[in-house]
Structures are given as structure tokens and as C-alpha cells.
Design a protein around this ligand. Sequence first.
Ligand code: GAR
Length: 213
Amino acid sequence: MSCRIVVLISGSGSNLQALIEQLDAPAEIVGVIANRPQAYGLQRAAAAGIANECLDHQGFSSRETFDQALMARIDSYRPDLVVLAGFMRILTPQLVRHYHGRMLNIHPSLLPKYKGLHTHQRALEAGDSEHGATIHFVTEELDGGPLVVQGRVTVQPGDTAETLAARVQGVEHRLYPLAVNWFVQGRLRLSATGATLDGELIAASGLRMEDHS
Ligand code: GAR
């Protein structure tokens, strides 16, 4: 049976595009939802023939009422997996609990470093030699759920937040399809003790993409 996937976006949707191009059967992106009407990813979804819609958070008076409406829209697609691909919203505990074990996020840092925003600038200011992106299961702790896999880049002399972001995004476009395909194939799961791949507990530091591609 096909794995039904809903992707949530706020912006360009380049990770959505990578998923559209690199997901293995038996997976189907059945819906794309943006919280901003101008999110370019909506056009990418339309071009790929994927149902898409905007639920503008500005039309809601509270985080709770927005998330309730969002859950109703997501559930209308009957997803097996919800993929956050640059969805720039803090989620309520109710929503996160509702999708426990079936919601993944991509974050542009080597978690647990640099939760939150401005990750590239913060890595540069700290003088890090390595930076990257992380896929993790979503739990109630912001950017804090069990890690799945990380992709690394070397920080080069002269890097700016923009050049670093561009290289990290190149890695993201291989990293997310890898992890989502694991989930689709039934290899990646969230157990009571953490994320597992092929039944083996993934270490708290996550896997390294370089070992799996
Ligand atoms: C990605 O770089 C992703 O890591 C980041 O937003 C970007 C979305 O790009 N996510 C976060 O910062 C989540 N906290 P895209 O719209 O082109 O896929």
C-alpha cells in the first residue's frame, strides 16, 4: 500500500521539490499545505499535479485555533507521514502529539547545536569548522525530537551566511529524500526509546548521511 505523505511549507519549497523528484514507490505526496499565500512551493506542487492549499495563519486569533484548523486540513488527506519542509511555525503540543511517530522535520544545523533561527550565522560566529542539516522526529521540544540523520558541510574561509546556507541546502536535498524513503519502506520508525532504522536504535547523535549514500 502506498505511503500517503502531506508536506507543510512556508517558503520556496526546494526541499519539497527534492522529495517530488526523489521519493521511491510506494510513496505519494497527497497534499501540500502552506501557511503563507505567497509560498513558492505551492506553485511547485501545482506543477507536479499535487493537491495544494494555503491556510494563512494570519486569519486566526491564536496558535491553538490555527493548529486545530491545520490538523483538520492535514487529516483530510489521511496521511501516513507529515513532512515539515521549511514550515516556519512553532507547533502546539496537541498537534505534535496527534502526529507522534509520523512527523519529520528538517533543521539547518547539526542538532543539538543551534536550535531556532539564524543557524548559519551562528555557526560562523562560533567559528565552527563543520555545519549541516538534521532530520528528526518531531516531539514537543522545539527542534529537539530524536535525531535520524545528519548531512555535513565543511565551513570554508570566506563563507558568509548566504554561501553556507546554499551549501547546506544542497545537502538537504539529498538528506530529506533519504530519510523519507526509509520511512516509506518501513525501515525508519519512532520507538519508545528513540528512532530506529531496521529495528536498531539510532544513536542520540543521529546517523551520518555519508555512511548511507
Ligand atoms: C530549509 O533550509 C530548512 O532547513 C529550513 O528552512 C529551509 C526551507 O527551504 N527549516 C527551518 O529553518 C526549520 N526551523 P525550502 O523552502 O527551499 O525547502
